[in-house]
Design a protein around this ligand. Structure first.
Ligand SMILES: CC(C)(COP(=O)(O)OP(=O)(O)OC[C@H]1O[C@@H](n2cnc3c(N)ncnc32)[C@H](O)[C@@H]1OP(=O)(O)O)[C@@H](O)C(=O)NCCC(=O)NCCS
Length: 152
């Protein structure tokens, strides 16, 4: 399994882009609507997308980071792995590989995760993140978030 970075000129169209947006809709709640993805594609210099492909699925998993040029902090915004392929190491690989590719300039990273998303929280701990804070009512439907971070 190889993790690749989606080049910025490939954002907004094409098989990989479509696969990422479709996987977001399938796996992440709340997912972004098409307009949110389009706006991000337009401002894509601040974002980095990484994905892994397979024989049957163009996008088996992806992770989206926000990293502004010159900032030392990277923000993990999203990660998803197609349901039938979960618990086979792709999530850990996506995080580990994307962090290596992000490292230039980033000395720390953080994320928010729904407090009841125990699978994702376990993954983040396994990848080296620790819990920093809790934010009550962070999500639109009122759920609490954990903020997790790690030094790179
Ligand atoms: C969270 C997610 C990305 C994990 O991807 P994955 O490919 O299944 O993760 P991995 O196989 O690399 O798991 C690595 C470790 O994380 C932990 N883990 C992952 N999923 C877990 C689960 N459902 N329950 C408990 N621990 C879990 C385990 O320690 C696992 O190691 P193990 O399988 O040897 O026990 C995947 O479940 C997913 O896409 N979920 C829906 C989207 C989502 O919630 N994203 C996070 C918020 S944006």
């Amino acid at each position: 399994m190889e993790v690749k970075k989606l080049l910025h000129q490939e954002w907004g169209a094409g098989e990989i882009w479509t696969g990422i947006v479709a996987l977001d809709h399938q796996a992440i709640s709340p997912s972004w609507n098409d307009q949110a993805w389009r706006e991000m594609a337009d401002a894509n210099q601040h974002y980095q997308l990484f994905y892994c492909s397979g024989v049957e699925l163009a996008v088996e998993g992806f992770t989206l980071w926000r990293k502004v040029e010159g900032d030392s902090v990277a923000h993990l915004l999203k990660i998803a792995v197609a349901h039938p392929l979960q618990r086979q190491g792709r999530g850990q690989l996506l995080i580990g590989s994307s962090i290596k590719l992000l490292k230039g300039g980033a000395t720390s990273c953080y994320l928010e995760v729904q407090q009841d998303n125990l699978g994702a929280i376990a993954l983040y701990h396994k990848c080296g993140f620790s819990q920093l804070h809790q934010i009550r009512g962070f999500y639109p439907e009122g759920g609490n978030a954990l903020v997790m971070g790690m030094d790179l």
